[in-house]
Design a protein around this ligand. Structure first.
Ligand code: ZN
Length: 174
């Protein structure tokens, strides 16, 4: 191998002579939840109920979503559904077995059902939704004893901020 013919100057190496490597240090749940909160903020700016979600696969985001019900006149356009659609397209598979979903609020029955269809491996969410939550608050669509697929769940991550975004939205509407 002609090593002597690869004269990489120190300056070139420092200014992009090498491909930018991906930062593969494991991220915390809180890190991804910050991304989901940013999505919720995008929803808020669009006048939507501010809920956000991201789908993470192999340490990177493959889907982002915020509510688009009003924007798209679409009753199914919840943050989680939007993020799952984007993730499926990005991964090239309707099964997302290696993926985790981060949502600011406990998913509803529709979104929990979609996660089961997608075979999502793990769900992390912020605040409980006592009105529509389908992980445990109102019903248990996720990990229903008669469904085969099991999803690991962690709740309460950045819950205070997730709830606050939502509550201030409804306060301001009154
Ligand atoms: Zn939903």
């Amino acid at each position: 191998m002609p090593v002597e013919r690869l004269p990489v100057s120190p300056q070139k190496a420092a200014t992009g002579g090498q491909p930018k490597t991906q930062d593969l240090t494991p991220k915390t749940d809180e890190f991804w939840m910050e991304e989901a909160l940013r999505c919720a903020q995008r929803g808020l700016e669009a006048g939507e109920v501010p809920v956000g979600a991201v789908v993470v696969c192999d340490g990177r985001i493959v889907g982002r979503g915020w509510n688009r019900n009003l924007t798209d006149s679409d009753p199914t356009a919840h943050a989680e559904i939007v993020a799952l659609r984007e993730a499926g397209a990005a991964v090239g598979n309707h099964r997302l077995e290696d993926c985790e979903l981060f949502a600011t609020i406990e998913p509803c029955a529709m979104c929990a059902g979609a996660m089961v269809h997608a075979r999502i491996r793990r769900l992390v969410y912020g605040a409980d939704d006592p009105k529509a939550g389908a992980v445990h608050s109102v019903m248990a669509v996720l990990n229903h004893p008669q469904l085969n697929h099991r999803i690991e769940v962690r709740s309460g991550v950045l819950a205070g901020r997730s709830a606050e975004v939502l509550q201030s939205f409804f306060r301001n509407r009154r």
